[in-house]
Design a protein around this ligand. Structure first.
Ligand SMILES: Cc1ncc(COP(=O)(O)O)c(C=O)c1O
Length: 389
């Protein structure tokens, strides 16, 4: 059956709700870093399903892990212990910064942040959170409350569940002033993804650590988008040498299978008892098999080294055409463009390259699979130079 994109889009609109500004294409197949569309185009995917397809498409190790687990035992809840879950938690703790050794598995980034904040409130008995302007943490009640700008646009709940103080990016003085003895947590995205790959300074992140230590507050790194190898390090925490008390991750965690995680220090884990947290699907065997397969592939295929090397190539060869400069780290990059990033995104799409936009109208976001290679970057660079400024 070969339907045009317009008729597929109409069909989806008829049965779903109109909350997404969708692109005019329908991917039907993927291999490596390429997508094939229903009308037969082959796209270079620099967007990675919004930072999710960490191993690209059709990765043999990931597919084998999912297939074997699906055929063996498709689901059991946390009511029973499972080897596949134990292994995913072990692998994730080993991948995470030293000192973060305990894992709680959930289904999404918002759910991870929701639980991280809940833990901080429970541990401290306090009711205020410090968050950073530009940060995005998800759409559930607590995660959205600490998301910059949510209240004025889509928050939707009648009131805030707790007090939030926002500080400007990299403003150490404001941070120090805000983190007083009534603060339960500081939550920060070390590289702000939705904002346009804004990498916060290591000094600011170190200051957040010191301020939390002084105030007895919990430091939460939201590495939902920038974690799991995307920065060229397992997590940004390791890249900058600052260890939070709690780290949340999701998106690329299971390579496309829905999964999220809280990775925490022993003192945080020790504050928990039976019944304090829970989820039906979180830590399901398919997600766990996928998490282990993703970490195995990152290590076996030297993907962290690949991200660092190829990212450097993007930085040196892609400041051409409409691109003024590049921000971010690894494979979470923001290309600052002279025309609007939507115009550049559409021009790239005409040349069969898929990239993302961001909350900054002049920042085009690249979130490709960690397997992206040099020739793909050369293709991007050539396309950008053709577009012109
Ligand atoms: C940094 C960050 N935190 C949290 C979330 C929310 O994740 P999810 O959509 O899986 O709930 C996102 C999603 O874009 C994100 O980028």
């Amino acid at each position: 059956m070969d339907m045009s994109h317009a008729s597929m889009a109409t069909r989806e609109a008829e049965w779903s709700v109109p909350v997404y500004d969708q692109l005019p294409l329908e991917p039907v197949r993927g291999d490596g870093v390429h997508l094939e569309t229903r009308d037969g185009r082959r796209l270079l995917d620099m967007y990675g399903g919004h930072a999710v397809a960490s191993l690209g498409f059709g990765h043999p190790g990931l597919l084998a892990a999912l297939r074997t687990q699906a055929e063996t035992l498709i689901f059991q809840s946390n009511a029973v212990p499972m080897e596949v879950r134990a292994e995913a938690c072990r692998a994730l703790a080993a991948f995470a910064p030293e000192g973060l050794d305990r894992v709680f598995l959930v289904n999404s980034g918002a759910e991870a942040n929701e639980n991280a904040l809940r833990l901080a409130f429970r541990m401290t008995g306090r009711s205020r959170v410090v968050a950073v302007e530009g940060g995005f943490h998800g759409r559930t009640g607590a995660a959205a409350a600490v998301t910059w700008g949510a209240r004025g646009r889509w928050y939707g709940f009648p009131r805030m569940p707790f007090d939030v103080t926002f500080v400007a990016c990299d403003d150490v003085e404001a941070l120090d002033a805000a983190v007083s003895s009534d603060v339960a947590a500081v939550i920060v995205e070390p590289i702000q993804g939705v904002a346009g790959a804004v990498d916060l300074s290591p000094d600011f992140l170190a200051a957040a650590r010191s301020a939390c230590d002084a105030a007895g507050a919990v430091l939460i790194f939201d590495e939902v988008q920038c974690g799991m190898g995307r920065s060229g390090h397992p997590f940004v925490a390791q890249a900058i040498g600052v260890t939070p008390d709690l780290l949340t991750t999701a998106k690329g965690l299971a390579g496309g299978f829905p999964a999220g995680a809280l990775i925490m220090s022993d003192p945080v884990a020790e504050s928990l008892a039976v019944g304090d947290l829970g989820t039906t699907f979180g830590g399901g065997p398919l997600a766990c098999a996928a998490i282990s397969a993703v970490i195995r592939a990152i290590e076996a295929e030297s993907l962290l080294e690949n991200v660092r090397e190829i990212s450097a190539r993007i930085r040196t060869t892609c400041v051409v055409g409409p691109v003024e400069c590049i921000q971010g780290r690894g494979f979470l990059l923001g290309l600052r463009t002279t025309p609007s990033s939507r115009v550049v995104r559409d021009a790239l799409l005409e040349r069969d390259i898929l990239a993302g936009t961001s909350a900054d109208p002049h920042v085009l976001r690249l979130l490709p699979p960690l397997t992206l290679a040099a020739d793909h970057v050369d293709r991007l660079s050539l396309a950008l130079s053709e577009i012109g400024s």
